[in-house]
Design a protein around this ligand. Sequence first.
Ligand SMILES: NC(=O)c1ccc[n+]([C@@H]2O[C@H](COP(=O)([O-])OP(=O)(O)OC[C@H]3O[C@@H](n4cnc5c(N)ncnc54)[C@H](OP(=O)(O)O)[C@@H]3O)[C@@H](O)[C@H]2O)c1
Length: 254
Amino acid sequence: MTIHSEHDPSGPLDGARVAVTGGTSGLGLALLRELRDRHARVAFVARNRARVDEVARDHPGSFGIVGDVARKDDIYPVALQIVGDLGGLDVLINNASSLGSAPLALLGDTDCEDFELALATNVLGPFRLTKALLGALSASAREGRGGVVLNVSSDAAMNPYPGWGAYGASKAALHHLSRIWNEELSNDGLSVLSLDPGDMDTPLHAIAVPDADPETLKRPETAARELADAIAAALTRRRVGVVERVATLQEAGA
Ligand SMILES: NC(=O)c1ccc[n+]([C@@H]2O[C@H](COP(=O)([O-])OP(=O)(O)OC[C@H]3O[C@@H](n4cnc5c(N)ncnc54)[C@H](OP(=O)(O)O)[C@@H]3O)[C@@H](O)[C@H]2O)c1
C-alpha cells in the first residue's frame, strides 16, 4: 500500500471514491470541483434532475444521482447507485441540508412540518445513508484505503441563534450523532468527522440572511479546500494506522 504524505495536496484523495450529497450548488458543488482537482472519483446526489444532469455534463467523469436524502424510500436506491458507479466507497460527505423554515422563523412560529423537514434532511437522511453505506466503507477500511464520513455541521449547532431553531437543533443532533458514531466505528478503521465550514456566500445563506453582504462571507471554494484537507488528513491517519497494526502483528509473529 502506498502511504501519501499529508502535505501532498493531491496525495490521499488521489483515486479515492467519494460521494457528496447536495453536489449541485454552494459548498457541495465546490467540493465536487475540489475533489476532482485532487483526482478523486466523485458521485453526487441532489433532487433536481435537470440540474444534476447539467452538473454531471460540466464535470466529465463524475456521477450524478437524483435523490432526496429526506425520503426514506430514496436512500437504498441512492446508496446502490453510489457503490455501483464508484465500485465501492472510501468517503461519504453528508452535505445536503434544509433550513426547515424558509424564511427563518422563531420556534413559536415554526410549523411542525418544517421542523420535521429539517430533522429528516439534516439528521435522519445522513443517518440512513451512512447506515446503508457502512458495509462499503468498512470494506474500504479493511482494504487499507481508509474510510471517512464527513457530516457538514454549522455554528448554529453550538450557538442558540434566535430564528435558527429547527436548523440549529437538527445540526446539534447531527454533530452529537457524529461524535458517538466516531467512537463506535473507530475500531473498524472508520472516522466520522463533523465540521463547520463557516458562513459562506451560497444560495442557502442568501435565503437565511437575505441582507448579508456577500463580500463579508467565505467563498465556498475556500471551505471546500479546508474540508478536503481535513478528509485527506483523516484518510492518511487511518492508512498509517493500518500499516502500524500490520507491522505490530508481524513483529508479534501473528
Ligand atoms: N452557507 C452557509 O453559510 C453555511 C454555514 C454553515 C453550514 N452550512 C452547511 O453547509 C452545507 C451546504 O450548504 P450550502 O449553503 O452550500 O447549501 P445550498 O447552496 O443550498 O446547496 C444545497 C445542495 O443540497 C441539495 N439538496 C438540498 N436538499 C436536498 C435533499 N433533501 N436531498 C438531496 N439533495 C438536497 C441541493 O440541490 P436540490 O435542491 O436540487 O436538491 C443543493 O445541491 C449544508 O449542510 C449547510 O447546512 C452552510
